[in-house]
Structures are given as structure tokens and as C-alpha cells.
Design a protein around this ligand. Structure first.
Ligand code: SF4
Length: 354
């Protein structure tokens, strides 16, 4: 594979996309961008990256920030544990190594939230260490070029690809090589309809030569994700609406939401809201209008969130299952970090009470 390095780098230099994190060797900026880019498209990340870096320009500003500010800045990007882990890691860097990121692959792996992919990206781009990145794009390009029959969801396959690329990654500008192969996967060797006629490495690609590329990479079929129906209530009382903060040990920890939960067997959605209000915040409510139904996909399951307006009947709001409850004015909702599905609900709510 060594012979593909030169044409790949030449193609990259001519075709790479402008990205705010691309022409920097600042390890902090590369770290933030790589964490944001996990499971998220470049175009989605751009505005978040700019805003986050403006608010938290370095490790120490992130370490000392209020967690709610960090989550608010991340709001809508999803996978919120990434933001919490970033801040945890920033605190550790400040406490233990003077706020600097380690300068090599092995030591970077000791930082919470930094796995082999992110460590390789930071080490190669910021510190010119010749260590390859292996992500979905790299797997696809490598598997097609080599007609790799191994299942890419197996850890052994990752090791095989990593070791093979380690043999060919150049010692000069290894970061460019890593970015080039990822960019090739994103722009040319796309999952569907790869543009082989524009590909700088087509001459070295077995999958192209034999017309087998669409069978690669090989990946065992994922099980269908289970689906959950969720019902939540927006209890509007004396001009304010009730919100609850998720517990630190729950999924989406630290974020705010409207009380509610999973529909149980034999229950209607309004009955679910009434039960959840009693269990989660100790309030008796009646349910009136439905204002939204929002679909959302997590890694292992999908949900539909049904949102209802509720009227308070009795009781005092208490954080029985979360860490905090608050009555807030509708215009204050934008100050609190909510999971993505809730942003549509908030908009419907604001339209509803206009
Ligand atoms: Fe991918 Fe086609 Fe290039 Fe092979 S020739 S690496 S299949 S785009």
C-alpha cells in the first residue's frame, strides 16, 4: 500500500475542505473538534465548535466553567457524556499536569474520554507522531482497497488495520496522511456510490479493479433497535412551567427536561404523564392539549416523545427522581441545557402559549 501515499497526499492538498480546526496544530482545538466529530457530521459541528471555542478557549477555561454552561454550549449536539467527559478531563489536566495535553499517543490514552482514535488524531496532527487513525471512513477505504473480508466490528480487525497503516504512515506530516484518508472516505470513497473515477488511489484498489467494492467493508448486521414511547408534561402554573434536572447517574445526566417517562403496558399517554408527575415530582396534574410528538434516535434505541400541556391540581414539586426541580418563566427555558428532542417541544410550547 505504500505507493498510494504520494497520490493520496497530493489529492488531499488540492481537495481538502476548509474547517476551522483543520489548519491548526493546537492540541486543545484538535481534541475538542475530534470529540465533537464523533458520530456527528462536519457541517453540524462547525457552529458548535466556533461557539464552544469562543466560550472555552483553552483547557483551564473549560476546567473552571460551570457544568451547566458547558452543557448549554453543547445543547443539540447530542451524546452529552462527551461534554461532561471533556470537562472532567480538562479538570484532571489542570490538577495533575499544569493544564497541558500529553504530547504522545500512549500518554494521551490515559486521559478520560480519549480513545485510540482521538489520541492518534491529536498525536499525529499536533505532535507529528506517525500513528494512524482508524475510524469508519478509514475502515471503508482500507477494506475496499484490500478487499478485506474481516468483520470491521471486531476489535481484532481494528488492530489489523491499525498495524497495516502504521507500516505506511509517513513520518513527515503524519497528520496530513490521517486527514487525507479520512477525507477520501468522506468525499470520494463514500458509503454509497463511491466516485472511483475521481479517486487518486483507484490504481491500487482491488475492490475497484474487480468491481467488488460495494461488498466492503464487511460488517455484521446490527440488531434492530428497540423503540420506546415517552410521554412528558409541561405543567404551566401561575405563568411558569416546571422543569426537572436529570440525576448525575442517569443517562443525559445534568440536563433539564419536562417530567415524564416511558409508557407502561395498558396505559394511555395522558395516564402515563399523570403517573410520572406523581412519581417523579410528587404533583397531581390533569392533562389537556397535546402539543408535539418528536422522534429521536439514540445509539441503542429510538424514542417518540409525546408532549402534553398539564394543569396543576395539588402538591408541591419535589425532585423525587432527578436532582432538582424549578418553576421557570417560558422565556427562561433557553437558559437551561435540554436534550435535543426537547428543543422542538419547547418551540411548540412557546407557540402554544403565545
Ligand atoms: Fe474507494 Fe473506488 Fe477509490 Fe477504491 S477506487 S478507494 S472503492 S473510491
Amino acid at each position: 500500500m505504500k505507493e498510494l501515499v504520494t497520490p493520496l497526499l497530493a489529492w488531499y492538498n488540492l481537495n481538502k475542505r476548509e474547517m476551522p480546526w483543520r489548519d491548526t496544530r493546537d492540541p486543545y482545538l484538535i481534541w475538542i473538534s475530534e470529540i465533537m466529530l464523533q458520530q456527528t457530521q462536519v457541517e453540524t459541528v462547525r457552529p458548535y465548535f466556533d461557539r464552544f471555542i469562543k466560550q472555552f478557549p483553552d483547557v483551564s477555561s473549560l476546567a473552571t466553567a460551570n457544568q451547566q454552561q458547558v452543557l448549554k454550549s453543547w445543547e443539540g449536539l447530542g451524546y452529552y457524556s462527551r461534554a461532561r467527559n471533556l470537562q472532567k478531563a480538562a479538570k484532571l489536566l489542570v490538577d495533575e499536569i499544569a493544564g497541558e495535553l500529553p504530547t504522545n499517543f500512549t500518554d494521551l490514552l490515559n486521559i478520560p474520554g480519549i480513545g485510540p482514535y482521538t489520541a492518534a488524531a491529536i498525536a499525529s496532527i499536533a505532535f507529528s507522531e506517525p500513528v494512524p487513525v482508524v475510524d469508519g471512513n478509514v475502515f471503508r477505504v482500507f477494506a475496499r482497497i484490500n478487499e478485506l473480508e474481516d468483520d470491521i466490528s471486531r476489535p481484532q480487525t481494528r488492530t489489523l488495520v491499525f498495524n497495516s497503516l502504521k507500516e505506511i504512515i509517513p513520518t513527515e506530516n503524519p497528520g496530513d496522511f490521517n486527514q487525507a484518508i479520512m477525507e477520501l472516505g468522506a468525499l470520494v470513497c463514500r458509503p454509497k456510490q463511491p466516485k472511483c473515477d475521481e479517486c487518486p488511489v483507484a490504481g491500487f484498489c482491488s475492490g475497484f479493479r474487480k468491481g467488488t467494492f460495494s461488498g466492503f467493508p464487511v460488517k455484521k448486521k446490527m440488531k434492530e433497535r428497540p423503540h420506546k414511547e415517552i410521554a412528558v408534561g409541561l405543567c404551566f402554573f401561575e405563568g411558569k412551567v416546571l422543569i426537572a434536572r436529570r440525576h448525575e447517574n442517569q443517562m443525559l445526566a445534568g440536563l433539564w427536561e419536562f417530567p415524564g417517562g416511558k409508557l407502561e403496558v395498558g396505559e394511555t399517554l395522558p395516564e402515563c404523564v399523570i403517573r410520572e408527575f406523581k412519581e417523579e415530582v410528587g404533583l397531581d396534574v390533569i392533562v389537556t392539549d397535546k402539543i408535539a410528538a418528536v422522534n429521536h434516535a439514540f445509539t441503542h434505541f429510538t424514542i417518540t416523545v409525546h408532549a402534553y400541556i398539564c394543569k396543576h391540581i395539588s402538591g408541591e414539586a419535589l425532585p423525587l427522581s432527578g436532582s432538582e426541580v424549578k418553576w421557570v418563566f417560558p422565556e427562561e427555558l433557553s437558559q437551561f441545557p435540554f436534550p435535543k428532542a426537547n428543543l422542538v417541544i419547547i418551540k411548540s410550547f412557546l407557540d402554544h402559549i403565545k
